[in-house]
Design a protein around this ligand. Structure first.
Ligand SMILES: CC(C)NC(=O)[C@H](Cc1c[nH]c2ccccc12)NC(=O)[C@H](CCCC/N=C(/NCCC(=O)O)S[C@H]1O[C@H](COP(=O)(O)OP(=O)(O)OC[C@H]2O[C@@H](n3cnc4c(N)ncnc43)[C@H](O)[C@@H]2O)[C@@H](O)[C@H]1O)NC(=O)OCc1ccccc1
Length: 232
């Protein structure tokens, strides 16, 4: 089968070698909190200070990490692949962009769970690029109100770009999943969807994941080695 249309899904594992904590790593906790308990609209309503601190720390930490060989390999693929390519990431870091995947290049990169460097104003609904902390409740760049929240998809909220993602999965010849435990939906269901439409499916992951048995092929190892090998 000729491979022309590729859909790639990445998770926290692709950024692990850059020093970004995964969710279900050794303790997968933040200050003793399960992510599912911090990354929810209920937690934000209950304790906005705690939630803002959680994201301020992760946003600030982006300045201390660099894209790794896996991110850079996808930068090369984005530049060289003439067929259809959609890179869907569950990650909220900016390492795919800094690894060379150009978001402006035909919209090939989608952050289905949002991004740390974006904010959402609950007063005027504007979404804006953002670098600094939100703890001090700074004014919205669009309306000046102090009602900014991280532009991140929390548990119980609808992920972004689902229409584009589902259309690409339906047309995919190849679906590749990298560095994800397959524990969170709807992302964990993409492999079944791609297979249902006849795509070949490949997993590149350090450990066995909740979805490994669903793939045609599953390779074990660090993304920093497996991804450049696969892209070459
Ligand atoms: C916990 C789980 C059971 N819960 C869910 O799935 C829920 C509920 C649910 C929906 N459908 C279901 C069906 C069944 C059961 C439950 C549900 N899903 C939702 O709430 C979703 C929204 C989920 C998104 C939540 N936000 C995130 N992130 C942003 C926040 C933030 O980042 O702070 S999810 C977050 O957790 C997930 C973490 O998973 P991974 O990225 O896979 O990371 P993890 O640490 O788990 O695993 C790392 C893997 O990498 C590997 N690895 C490690 N190092 C390396 C290495 N070096 N190289 C290679 N691999 C490596 C490891 O082996 C491991 O396998 C990611 O998705 C990540 O984005 N929303 C929704 O369903 O809305 C409803 C709806 C529907 C219609 C209309 C309206 C509403």
């Amino acid at each position: 089968m000729a491979i022309n249309n590729i859909v790639i899904l990445t998770g926290a594992g692709i950024s692990a070698e850059s020093g970004v904590a995964t969710f279900r790593g050794p303790d997968g906790l933040w200050e003793g909190h399960r992510v599912e308990d911090v990354a929810t609209p209920e937690a934000f309503a209950r304790d906005p200070i705690m939630v803002q601190r959680f994201y301020d720390e992760r946003r600030a930490a982006l300045g201390t990490v660099q894209p790794n060989a896996a991110h850079k390999a996808f930068g090369r693929l984005d530049r060289e692949w003439s067929g259809e390519l959609l890179l869907v990431t569950q990650n909220v870091d900016d390492l795919h962009e800094r690894g060379g995947v150009d978001p402006a290049h035909g919209g090939r990169l989608l952050h289905m769970h949002g991004a740390l460097k974006r904010v959402w104003c609950l007063a005027c609904d504007a979404r804006s690029d953002w670098e600094g902390p939100l703890l001090a409740q700074p004014p919205c760049p669009a309306c000046g109100a102090s009602a900014l929240r991280p532009d991140i998809v929390w548990f119980g909220e609808m992920p972004y770009h689902m229409d584009r993602i589902e259309a690409a999965l339906a047309a995919a010849d190849l679906f590749v999943s990298i560095g994800t435990s397959g524990a969170v939906y709807p992302a964990a269901g993409f492999v079944q969807m791609a297979r249902a439409f006849g795509a070949r499916t490949l997993e590149l992951n350090l450990d066995v994941s909740e979805g490994s048995h669903l793939f045609h092929e599953s390779r074990r190892g660090p993304a920093g080695e497996l991804v450049p090998e696969w892209v070459e």
